[in-house]
Design a protein around this ligand. Structure first.
Ligand SMILES: *[C@@H]1O[C@H](CO)[C@@H](O)[C@H](O)[C@H]1NC(C)=O
Length: 493
């Protein structure tokens, strides 16, 4: 095995080999496979509820085992979104949708990791099923009061802040969170279609019901739940994007024409090409365009051809020199959207690029894309630069994935990772006593393997400071699309 530096020298010397491979890679397929395994393992570190016997991140233990009990519903399980102990429904659903999408597009490249990726989907889908079916006419969208939670620095296993439960109903609707939940359940139903048809049918049936609820009772969940979802996961982009996204997933999962009609009637709400490289837990527009382009490129559904044009515009917006170039890059070449957890936009954009390149290739061998005439291979190359940057090909020569490479973030803004584990320190560590572990310059004692953090600033600088949460906090939705991107490069280099 060569070190990163000697690989560069090798590449430099063997230029003919590099020409043959189109571009010279800093990483081997085994490196990407290693990163893939770690990117999935990370989800085990975010688990809430009763951990199974095959849990591999063993410094975590059972937590939040009575979530929902005060309200006579079972809301045990699911994922903590990031570095705190709240279960936020909107990002959890988006995460489940994106891990599912990763499996749907690139599961065939996952090899031995496919079962682990499916388990990561199921952990989210099981919880969303409970949240959607626990009581009629309601969707549970959050457990935990974030302002109280954030006043403590506690292990999830010790957590003693109030586990308030929040829901959306016909009276206080939340089309954003409900339609994203429908998207997640529909996408997960595709993941389990062959392996577990009973579960898959239940997911799809529930997805249809939740989508109907989202569409029938229109409103933003921030209107009724603003004090506990904002500013954390306010739906800044509104709910129209989630409704079309949900319908698109239901169409893909069910092939039911009624969803196609819905898309045709409502697709204009996505906008043609405005501010499109912000695909995230909040803004679903770019992802919906790419998802719908599949219907045209792979299935010849003529009604969806317009989304190929939209997708071309989206891709071109990230290609320097193209007419509608809108993106911003750091001097080191990282796609840069904003200072708050920027890598979330990098991982979603990379995934969309690779997914679109796949659709382009399946549609007549890599036809070039629209206004900027970019080929599928060129799109893959663009995505690869972003993926490689995250893995360590960057000015700081630092991997932004914990446990990958020789140099990676040590001071994650993450309660469970920064506090000693129950094994190391069985006695309770109270709300206030935990803050010494937030404020110490010492590295985190528990390695949250595979976590990707918020990442560097617009000049490629990274503080590795636990209090700088924009840079040092991991989140499930940063990793979710990266699972698919890594699977792709572990097989196609
Ligand atoms: C298609 O979806 C609509 C709307 O949810 C539903 O009423 C109808 O029964 C579905 N058709 C089939 C064949 O599943």
């Amino acid at each position: 095995m060569f070190s990163s530096a000697s690989k560069h020298i090798l590449c430099f010397l063997s230029t003919s080999l590099c020409f043959a491979l189109l571009s010279c890679s800093a990483f081997t397929p085994q490196d990407y496979a290693d990163a893939l395994e770690k990117s999935i393992l990370f989800f085990e570190g975010q688990r809430s509820g009763r951990l199974p016997a095959n849990q591999r991140l063993t410094w975590r233990a059972d937590s939040a085992l009575s979530d929902g009990s005060g309200y006579h519903v079972d809301l045990v399980g699911g994922y903590y979104d990031a570095g705190d102990n709240v279960k936020f429904g909107l990002p959890m659903a988006f995460t489940t949708t994106l891990v599912s999408w990763s499996v749907i597009e690139f599961g065939s490249s996952m090899g031995s990791q496919l079962d682990n990726a499916r388990a990561a989907v199921r952990w989210g889908a099981d919880y969303l099923l409970k949240a959607a079916t626990a009581s009629p006419g309601a969707l549970y969208v959050q457990v935990g009061e974030p302002n109280n939670d954030h006043r403590c620095w506690e292990r999830p296993e010790d957590m003693d802040t109030a586990r308030n439960v929040y829901k959306v109903t016909s009276q206080s609707p939340g089309s954003d969170v409900a339609a994203e939940t429908a998207a997640a359940l529909a996408a997960a139903s595709i993941v389990f279609k062959d392996g577990d048809p009973f579960y898959s049918n239940m997911l799809l049936k529930t997805a249809m019901e939740v989508f109907d609820f989202a569409d029938r009772y229109k409103g933003a969940y921030s209107d009724s739940l603003g004090s506990v979802v904002c500013p954390f996961y306010c739906s800044y982009s509104g709910y129209h994007d989630e409704l079309v996204w949900g319908a698109s997933w239901l169409h893909r999962a069910s092939a039911n024409q009624s969803y196609l009609s819905y898309i045709q009637s409502n697709g204009h709400t996505l906008g043609a090409d405005d501010d499109v490289y912000s695909f995230s837990w909040d803004d679903k527009r770019a992802g919906t365009k790419i998802l719908l382009s599949q219907g045209f490129l792979e299935k010849n559904i003529e009604d969806l051809e317009v989304y190929k044009s939209h997708s071309d515009n989206y891709i071109c917006s990230m290609v320097p020199g193209s007419p509608n170039f809108q993106a911003q890059y750091t001097p080191g070449g990282l796609l840069y959207k904003g200072s708050e957890s920027n890598l979330q936009y990098v991982t979603t954009s990379s995934f969309l690029m690779l997914t679109y390149a796949k659709y382009m290739k399946n549609h007549g061998g890599g036809s070039s894309g629209g206004s900027c005439g970019v080929s599928a291979d060129k799109v893959v190359e663009l995505a690869k630069k972003q993926v490689d940057y995250i893995l360590g090909e960057n000015p700081g020569k630092r991997s932004y994935m914990v446990g990958f490479g020789e140099r990676y973030p040590q001071r994650l803004h993450h309660r469970a990772s920064s506090l000693p584990s129950l094994h190391a320190s069985p006695a309770r560590i109270s709300c206030a006593d935990g803050f010494q572990y937030l404020n110490t310059p010492a590295p985190n004692p528990n390695i949250l393997v595979g976590a990707i953090v918020g990442g560097p600033d617009n000049e490629d600088k990274f503080a590795d400071d636990r209090n700088n949460y924009h840079q040092s906090e991991p989140a499930t939705y940063i990793n979710a699309p990266f699972v698919g991107a890594l699977a792709f490069f572990s097989q196609h280099l």
